[in-house]
Design a protein around this ligand. Structure first.
Ligand SMILES: [Zn+2]
Length: 168
């Protein structure tokens, strides 16, 4: 199982965010729109990985491309497969196999969740809740979902990486 993971979330314009994920072998970058609430959906999807053998799907709207994350819990790891569909309005109910595999990794749950929690907290530190809402427009910062995921991570993953516990 790969053990190097980088995840980054940047608010890049009004209602747009740039999401970057990379492991030791490849990186993927998506410019995601506010038609859905992608950061909240990803955080909630990851929280599902604390139930055994869970599969969660999270769709990013790239207007019109759909980027679909399939998160599959395996023992203490998560398999991440990201599929690309040309038009979200047509693919919303389509099976994963109809998409093109865009990126895939297999990670310890601890590494994956740690990276996403830290990135989300960095966004909050940079912009604050009011600044986030002003830029993201349609949805507030997912503070409660992030807090819940961080609690699951701290309790169940025995994370030995540094956490900044001063921010919510
Ligand atoms: Zn951690």
């Amino acid at each position: 199982m790969a053990d190097q993971l980088e995840f980054d979330w940047q608010l890049s314009g009004s209602g747009w965010a740039t999401c970057r994920i990379a492991d030791a072998s490849a990186e993927a970058k998506y410019v995601v729109s506010y038609c859905t609430d992608p950061l909240a959906d990803l955080i909630n999807g990851l929280a599902g990985m604390y139930r055994p053998e869970q599969v969660e799907r999270v769709s990013f709207d790239l207007e019109p491309v759909e980027i679909r994350w399939v998160l599959r819990g395996v023992a203490t790891g998560v398999e991440v497969s990201i599929y690309r569909f040309p038009d979200i309005s047509a693919s919303f109910a389509a099976p994963d196999a109809d998409g093109t595999l865009s990126w895939r990794t297999s990670q310890r749950r601890c590494s994956l969740v740690h990276a996403v929690v830290e990135a989300a907290q960095t966004v909050l530190r940079e912009h604050g809740e009011a600044g986030y809402k002003a830029r993201w427009v349609r949805f507030p910062f997912p503070a409660a979902a992030l807090q819940r995921l961080r609690q699951l991570h701290l309790l169940d993953d025995k994370c030995d990486q540094l956490h900044d516990l001063s921010t919510p």
